[in-house]
Design a protein around this ligand. Sequence first.
Ligand SMILES: O=C(O)CCC(=O)C(=O)O
Ligand SMILES: [Fe+2]
Length: 201
Amino acid sequence: MVSPLTIKGFQVYRGMLDLASQIALIADLRTIARIAPFSDPVTPGGRPMSVQMTSAGQMGWVTDQKGYRYQDHHPSGSKWPEIPASVESIWKEVSGVKRKPDCCLVNFYGEGARMGLHQDKDEGSFDWPVVSVSLGDEGLFRMGNISRGGKTESLWLQSGDVVVMGGDARLAHHGVDRIRFRSSRLLPKGGRINLTLRVVD
Ligand SMILES: O=C(O)CCC(=O)C(=O)O
Ligand SMILES: [Fe+2]
């Protein structure tokens, strides 16, 4: 494994996944989306988010008027599908921990979608890293600080890049300012997919 680029404690493995692995991941994600269709999340304040979401694993992350939370079922009531082996193996390679993730959040960014600066803090413990996998169109990833405000650094994440948010970066603010729609040909209709692997409890 090559050593990562480290920016503000975020470990960035550029080009970790080759094209064949990316294509295999997309096939596995299509299976996930068949079982647990993407939905349009709404913040607790009632604002629609621009990304679409689904999950795999024991737990999935959801948001609606009732709040941000993890729950063990899709909004439709059915269980989330299992995390595919292809995704687990990425975690094994880079997470540095023996425990397996129990959630894989899947975000889809269509044209114009973004994600505001936030912390991932709905998990039971922050001792475990979050591992993020980028597929499809490039996304401008912004990395900030544990406290709100302060200097940030940005990086265009490309298809096949993997980022580990652990240690000091585990609770750092981060977000996606914009994507370059149709910059990749991985998804025939364009768009960006981001997977985040998490240990929820
Ligand atoms: O899309 C990304 O690169 C980041 C996604 C993210 O931060 C999240 O889902 O919490
Ligand atoms: Fe996040």
